[in-house]
Design a protein around this ligand. Structure first.
Ligand SMILES: O=P(O)(O)OC[C@H](O)CO
Length: 471
């Protein structure tokens, strides 16, 4: 593809330069022996022609412009802007404009609103749970098309990552920012509470015991945000599927399994800790739990590895930040985490030249060098194994060994439909419904099982409606 675009531009540029040089030689020849003034004239003419040809070159070489909508703020946005700037500097034939469009939900809604017009982007970052919707919408060109045409080698990509985005036998989007949820804990507070700072809790039971030990005078020792992603991950960590149809991967999901044993066990555990005042309920936003953790108000929390750079910076050495795996019930022997974060889609309503330029950019973003820098600047782990050989990543691991946890957790996850992640077109809505159910249970409005059953019925209903529309 790059060869195609570059080839066309270079051919045009080359032809213009050859013509310009021919004119210069011709005019210089015309000046002949006519002395200094004639030479000056010839030089002028030559320089005029060169100027004309430069203009022609720059007009002919006008870069292909592509817009990239993304949802990264803070450290992520800074890193994204750097990627785009560096790419533009090294690829003058393509210019990428990165535009922040709000959090994942918001940017996807903006994309939906842009459908039917060409006001949308060329390249779109969509969170993992938007995958099925993006495919069913038929508004994308699967990256598999470019991979095949370009014979792009996927072998160095993390299989656990491509597994998530391989739906319908092909890679529809290129993974970009990949994460999983980890435990963040305050090593100093652990020491003070008589807990082992080098041995974070691994099970639900150990987490509860640690949270109690860290609680003081009715002030909870931990906080967990009401984030549907955690429920999804805590299911996978018990190797439990979230929807039927092999987690929606074998056949289209028609039923939510939210109220199954894995869900009930998880929500009962969570509610018990809130009732015991071992875990604080600070609402849905992980920014609030992060702030409480960074301020030393709670000593354990859960969040994406994507928050790691920000967290380490926010704590600023006030205490030692420890990281651990996401806990699971002691009797759950298998499972693992699902790849979170987002991937990049090429929109199919843009001219072919722009789609190819978007693919060029994707390849750059997937390179070991860019992935290593991206990982160090954020906490997302690299999509390619080759990034681990990059010095910048190696140095960062030495300085911040916490960055290793999510990678180890990813590699420790067993491969199954549960850990590949659920697939459903109504996932964004389903996540909101789940968060409502968790709230109802934690606030005591409903028993955990009842809250989950009601939510599961709503999701199943949405799945039914959705499946009707995509038939
Ligand atoms: O915060 P991120 O980017 O790690 O994403 C978390 C979830 O996967 C979003 O659905």
């Amino acid at each position: 593809m790059k060869r195609f675009i570059l080839g066309r531009l270079r051919f045009r540029r080359g032809m213009i330069l050859v013509l310009a040089m021919f004119m210069v030689v011709l005019l210089a020849g015309c000046g002949g022996n006519s002395g200094a003034s004639s030479n000056t004239e010839a030089n002028k003419t030559s320089s005029n022609n060169a100027e004309t040809s430069d203009k022609a070159v720059s007009a002919a070489a006008a870069p292909v412009k592509i817009t990239w909508w993304h949802s990264m703020s803070g450290a992520g946005e800074k890193a994204i802007n750097k990627i785009a700037t560096d790419f533009n500097a090294s690829h003058p034939e393509i210019q990428v404009e990165a535009i922040y469009q709000g959090k994942y939900d918001e940017s996807l809604n903006k994309l939906k609103a842009s459908l039917g017009s060409d006001s949308g982007p060329d390249l779109m970052q969509v969170y993992e749970i938007g995958s099925k919707f993006m495919i069913d919408s038929k508004m994308i060109t699967p990256v598999q098309k470019f991979i095949d045409e370009d014979k792009f080698d996927l072998s160095s990509l993390e299989p656990n990552i491509t597994r998530y985005y391989t739906i319908g036998g092909q890679l529809n989007a290129m993974p970009f920012n990949t994460s999983n949820p980890i435990l963040y804990y305050n090593k100093d507070a652990f020491k003070a509470a008589g807990l082992d700072p080098e041995n974070p809790p691994k099970t639900f039971e150990e987490f509860e015991a640690a949270a109690k030990a860290l609680s003081k005078n009715g002030k909870p020792g931990a906080a967990i945000a009401i984030y549907g992603w955690f429920m999804e991950q805590l299911f996978a960590n018990q190797n439990a599927e979230y929807v039927n149809g092999g987690n929606g991967r074998d056949t289209a999901a028609t039923e939510s399994l939210l109220a199954s044993d894995a869900g009930v066990k998880t929500l009962e555990w969570w509610k018990k800790m809130v009732d015991e005042k071992a875990v604080a309920n600070l609402g849905r936003d992980t920014d609030d739990t992060d702030s409480a953790f960074a301020a030393g108000q709670v000593a354990m929390t859960l969040n994406s590895t994507a928050a790691l750079r920000k967290m380490v910076d926010a704590v600023g050495g006030k205490f030692q930040v420890g990281t651990g795996f996401l806990p699971r019930p002691a009797d759950a022997k298998e499972g693992g985490v699902v790849v979170g974060g987002a991937s990049l889609y090429i929109m199919n309503n843009k001219p072919e030249e722009q789609q190819k330029a978007a693919w060029e950019f994707i390849k750059y973003v997937a390179s070991p060098e860019v992935q290593a820098e991206w990982s160090v600047s954020t906490g997302y782990f690299p999509i390619t194994k080759a990034a681990y050989d990059q010095k910048v990543l190696k140095d960062n691991m030495v300085k911040y060994p916490q960055f290793q946890t999510a990678i180890d957790q990813l590699h420790a996850s067993s491969a199954s439909n549960a850990t590949s992640g659920a697939v459903m077109g109504v996932f964004p809505e389903a996540r909101q419904i789940v968060e409502g159910a968790i709230e109802e249970a934690l606030n005591g409005q409903k028993q955990p099982k009842k809250a989950l059953q009601d939510a599961a019925a709503q999701i199943t209903d949405k799945l039914k409606q959705y499946n009707e529309t995509v038939k």
